[in-house]
Design a binder for this molecule. Structure first.
Ligand code: MN
Length: 258
């Protein structure tokens, strides 16, 4: 019996869901988002040289290597980006190499997409948490300074390569809360199947040596101070929070969708 689509009965949303069983929408191949400022815009906190190779070499490589892995395991292309992190990493139907690519390469892609979008030239001097985001910061940490201190301590304490995150977990009463979480390598808080919280990351500090060593040598603390002191775009982080609170995990990773 030939297969036929019940076209009249199938809504577009149902069709998309049927074609992309691993999330709200298939991400397909990963494409590097544009750097939203010049490579030298974060100086003197982070040099143009560091931004150049961090964005142009490291970030780009996560996308390239994911796309190479997806060429060998096309099932990866059917996941949403949150689905790649939360589900593909532990999907027993995928080959081991594909699960590893989802963890390391899609993880690196999502983490760096957030990182570069939530930094900005002098942004920390002109922006601060506001609105519901500030309310959640105050509820969890007492104040913006309390949140920065907790995030700074967590980032300084990451052993080896990894990330310190401000993450948002919804709660059954609709309140939800912000908290600090650290991850190893390119892992994401979304990777619940790998032992993390499953919460939505709204802001992450990359503490891999490639993020600071060329500028600071082993002084990771000086880099963290620069990032939290003047280079964080708290307006962008607040938009991520708003998306996370609305359940739009992809929006929290990649920016507000208009
Ligand atoms: Mn990095």
């Amino acid at each position: 019996m030939p297969h036929s689509w019940p076209a009249a009965a199938l809504t577009l949303a149902a069709l998309v869901a049927a074609l992309a069983p691993h999330g709200a929408g298939a991400t397909g191949n990963l494409t590097l988002p544009a750097l939203p400022y010049a490579e030298n815009a974060l100086e003197p906190g982070i040099s143009a040289k560091t931004v150049g190779f961090h964005y142009g070499t490291h970030f780009k490589a996560y996308a390239t290597k994911f796309n190479e892995a997806a060429a060998a395991a096309p099932a990866l292309l059917s996941y949403s980006l949150p689905g790649l992190l939360a589900n593909a990493t532990v999907d027993p139907a995928l080959p081991a190499a594909a699960r590893t690519a989802a963890r390391n390469q899609a993880g690196g892609f999502a983490n760096h997409a957030s990182y570069f979008r939530t930094l900005g030239p002098g942004a920390g001097s002109s922006t601060a948490p506001s609105g519901q985001f500030k309310d959640a910061v105050d509820a969890a940490f007492g104040s913006t300074d309390g949140m920065k201190a907790a995030l700074s301590k967590a980032a300084a304490g990451v052993f080896g390569s990894g990330w310190a995150w401000l993450a948002y977990a919804p709660s059954s009463d609709g309140g939800g809360k912000l908290f600090i979480e650290t991850t190893a390598n390119q892992d994401s808080p979304l990777m619940a199947g790998l032992g993390y919280s499953g919460a939505t990351p709204v802001y992450g500090i990359d503490v891999w040596e490639h993020a600071y060593y060329a500028d600071r040598g082993p002084n990771r603390t000086a880099y963290i101070d620069a990032v939290l002191g003047s280079l964080t775009n708290w307006s962008a982080v607040g938009e991520n929070f708003d998306a996370a609170k609305a359940g739009d995990v992809e929006g929290a990773l990649l920016g507000k969708k208009l």
